[in-house]
Design a binder for this molecule. Structure first.
Ligand SMILES: [Zn+2]
Length: 442
């Protein structure tokens, strides 16, 4: 952090006679509490406590005044495609299969280009306050896993890199054997990035690929119920995705559909794995009931909603109802937020779920505390990150970093959080996340 970006707290801490520095803030919030005003105390390892001035009491050591800022825990982006960061803008013309063809034609394919795209995406994510990410390592992308592992530690980024698998029709067996060999192809955990697996979607993966992915014991993510074309293909094997499979030679005569909806087909195959189910744009009442039947279970699947991606792809389609994330939340499911690829983010300079929170606040007036939960503790559930890592620090627990957003005035805590969601101010790091667990700090 340079001087122009704010105080260099690490230097202040190391120069402090008490080894501590206090920061006065307009407010601070996590998924469980919202405080205004607030004081954050730091030592050499990061934030020690964030609470009201009364609770913190006299802070021994230097005091920094940032009373025009609100502090938040590091954000969790539960679904990104960092290896598509360099693809650039593509106009969506209403045909998803055609759009995906353009992405395939333009995506990075050499290890050097993949690494550069992942690195750029990781840097733009951290610049947007992301501490934890669920990244799709696209197209059997072991290179993208290595690229994220190479760039994440110096940025203080942690998370899961889900290796994306395709395999349906003539390609099903190849997909299954790739999945079965995955655990031997890369370390399960290195440099703060866990290995995961992502069967791409119901129109590109067979039941056998899903079952093999679920059996691995690695984190799982899949795109699910994203488009009406997908719903049609799973139902009766027809439509644009059937045409696409025929055009790439993957189609077989057995692909006549499952006679059911995507959630009905895939959810039983992934049940009990804690899989991230991404998009869920098109949910029937029965789909919703099926997902909700998991609520409260230890390894429940986690819905991941990418609001800007859904809007980019013109969801809701043809007079369909809006996304049903609020019903999923109300039923007790920990809906998390994702950004999807940078292709859908327009000219946003950073890759951040703060912008997804802002969209939902401005469009739906979703409860700000609910939005904060989606962007932190629910995302942590999706990625298998201990929730303490994305809560304000207190006795015996806490995030290893904090972000800050400028606010214009001292106000009530909830008003200040609303101001963050109304506005467009960039977030910055108050203390950049370092890949240390709270346990390692004590
Ligand atoms: Zn995606």
């Amino acid at each position: 952090m340079t001087a122009s970006e704010g105080p260099d707290l690490r230097s202040l801490v190391s120069g402090s006679p008490t080894g501590r520095v206090a920061v006065r803030l307009a407010a601070a919030a996590d998924a469980r509490r919202v405080l205004a005003p607030a004081v954050a105390v730091f030592d050499h390892a990061g934030p020690v406590v964030v609470d009201t001035p009364e609770k913190v009491g006299h802070a021994a050591g230097p005091v920094v005044d940032l009373s025009d800022h609100m502090a938040l825990p590091p954000l969790v982006n539960a679904h990104a495609h960092l290896d598509l960061t360099a693809v650039g803008a593509i106009v969506f013309n209403g045909n998803f299969a055609e759009w995906a063809g353009q992405v395939r034609a333009r995506r990075a394919t050499t290890p050097g280009a993949i690494a550069a795209s992942v690195r750029e995406g990781a840097a733009r994510s951290v610049a947007g306050g992301t501490g934890f990410i669920g990244d799709i390592a696209g197209n059997f992308g072991l290179e993208a896993v290595e690229a994220l592992r190479a760039s994440a530690p110096s940025l203080g980024l942690e998370g899961v890199s889900y290796v994306e698998v395709f395999g349906i029709g003539t390609a099903s067996e190849r997909g299954v054997s790739f999945v079965q060999g995955l655990a031997g192809a890369a370390a399960a955990n290195a440099h703060g990035i866990r290995l995961g697996v992502s069967p791409h979607a119901p129109y590109s993966c067979s039941d056998a690929v899903y079952a093999a992915a679920a059996a691995l014991g690695l984190p799982v993510a899949t795109h699910l119920s994203e488009t009406t074309d997908e719903v049609r293909f799973v139902q009766d094997g027809s439509g644009r995705f059937a045409d696409l499979l025929k055009s790439v030679g993957a189609w077989t005569p057995e692909l006549r559909g499952w006679g059911m909806r995507p959630v009905e087909r895939v959810h039983p195959l992934l049940r009990g794995t804690g899989a991230a189910l991404v998009h869920l744009n098109d949910l029937s009442d029965a789909d919703l009931a099926r997902l909700v039947s998991d609520a409260g279970q230890d390894r429940a699947c986690v819905p991941v909603y990418c609001p800007r991606a859904s809007a980019y792809f013109h969801h809701p389609e043809h007079g369909q109802p809006p996304h049903r994330y609020r019903e999923l939340l109300a039923a007790g499911l920990p809906v998390a937020l994702g950004t999807d690829s940078a292709i859908v983010l327009g000219d946003a300079p950073t890759i951040s779920v703060l912008d997804e929170m802002r969209l939902l606040w401005q469009r739906d007036r979703t409860d700000p505390m609910q939005l904060l939960a989606m962007a932190t503790v629910h995302g942590a559930r999706a990625l298998g990150v201990p929730v303490e890592r994305v809560l304000l620090p207190g006795p015996g627990r806490g995030a290893s970093g904090l972000i800050r957003v400028q606010v214009s005035r001292a106000a009530s805590a909830r008003d200040t959080l609303q101001e963050v969601l109304r506005g467009a101010s960039a977030c910055r790091w108050l203390w950049a996340g370092s890949p240390k667990s709270p346990e390692a700090r004590s």
